[in-house]
Design a binder for this molecule. Sequence first.
Ligand code: PEP
Ligand code: MG
Length: 629
Amino acid sequence: MTEASIPPGSAARLAVGPLHGIAGSPGVVIATALVLEAGRGNVPRRTIIREEIPLELERYRDAVDEAKAQIGEVHGRVAQKLPAEHLQILEAYQAMLGDPALATSVQREIKDKLRNCEWAVEIAVQQMTREFDMMDDPYLRERKHDVAFVGDRLQRALALSVPTSIGVIRVSQPPGMKPIRRPTPPLGVRVAQPTIIVAHDLSPADTAAMIREPIVGIVTEVGTRTSHTAIMARALEIPAVVGVTGVLEHVRTGDTVVVDGLRGEVLVRPSTEAADRARERGDRHLSRTQQLRQRTREPTTLACGTPMSLLANVELPTEALLAIEHGAEGIGLYRTEFLYIDRKDLPSEDEQYELYRTIVQMVSPRPVTLRTFDLGGDKFAASIPMPEEMNPALGLRSVRLALRERGIFLTQLRAMIRAAAHGEVRVMVPMVASLTELREVRQLLDRAIDEVRAAKKEFGHTPLGVMIEVPAAAVCADLFAREAAFFSLGTNDLVQYTLAVDRSSQGLASLASPFDPSVLRLARFTAQAAMNADIPMSVCGAMASDPLAALLLVGLGIRTLSMEAAAIAEIKETLRRVTLEECEQIAEEAMTKDTAVAVELCIAEYFAPRLSDILGGDDETPPPVPART
Ligand code: PEP
Ligand code: MG
């Protein structure tokens, strides 16, 4: 059914697909797309059809008005504070925006060359810049920068108006680019009806904002199962397909799209039959999930009676209650960094305390593991300035940032220990690579206790544990086990750092397998170190919510798994069907294999037949058994 040869923007709006990506979050949904094109970081270029000319001309007029209004607003704000020559620059920008030569040039590109408005502006601005650049007068030559600025303002204004088959939709803020090294404000998209967001990428803040919108599906050009868009989509139970290369060339806002988060496929403008089939598959998945969830309150045991503990990972406080409803026996990972992301200022101690306390009381008597902020990498806070880094995942991230920004860190620690007065709270530190870091955190925790005591505020005991997600920590797990109160294996980062594969790269996703022998050796060594030191250990990376991987972890000695709440029912059912002896035996055999595929095959061959309903995701798809290599 693929008709990928149809040029983007062509009059023929035929079905396209299936487009293949990575199944980011399960479920099948069909709805109207809202395309956030600006995320590619380039100007969206599209050949239009004649009927679209008036629409694109209107967008230009609107963009000029919007850009003028924005500059006028700045002018008003600074009029009293800046000298006259600065204000004249702003006035010059406004005059340039209204320049008839620019307008004529843009209109020509739209009408004669059938370019969309953004493309037309890009070309017109380039021409003008070139003309200024060729001038002899150095003052006039420098004006090329002003022209570029004006072009940028126009592009930003155009990003506010999204052309669709049903007219121009205006959004409240430009669809921002993924923050590479700095935060962008959340998209601020307002939608009134069930909508599928199609974007190059979404920042963690963008995805978090989706909870407030009727977003029923997500498709992104980049990303993997362990990138934050997918993690968040699973938490919010929004079907998602990520890493769909080139999808933006085929989808336009207003198109009907099928997001198949079970198969990792996207259908654009599907035929009635294909849409009906997708709907049926979605319904089957839903009823199967509901069936599984009926038993989710029952205790988790293996078929042999061995008790297991399933906890939830949460990103947003609202998820905590949902986690309990899904049968979680506590919160194994609360990603507190989301508190810092979607705002301009820092959360105060009292604000954090109130929030942590609410969660602790909601979940009590079950335990809550509060992870100290894991900012940096691909999650940034506007309130914490960060350096531009070539490799942010290897840079000032997590505990490294916390130890650099001690004031901010201490504020968080004080809020956490105060929340511990209301229930069982554990504090967990991400991305620890050396014992020195853990010791420094302990000192700061002690200082936070002294400060809270001096302020005569109530507080509770908080065991201090570490995430084992950097290979250095895993290979020294025996040393860490002497000083950490507990371990939690972060397989998302452990896989990334062990195999040197960017966890958000869809192109390399096949190399980033949690079944890789190197990862298994680190996991086993860590589990043994925890067992020898008699400290609790859990796994909170995405490996825990993969049925086959979860069985392998059980075989390696893990008894506590923490995952997105929506996955608990499925993993619980998986565990009920196997015995400890089987898991240990298969894990033993898996440890002798020399490639990720061989390991996965070994587990799948043994367990998949009895898990076909769970692994298949729907009745049509056979369970995934990896090909032999
Ligand atoms: C991990 O790295 O496995 C993990 C659970 O933490 P995060 O996904 O937030 O980096
Ligand atoms: Mg991590």
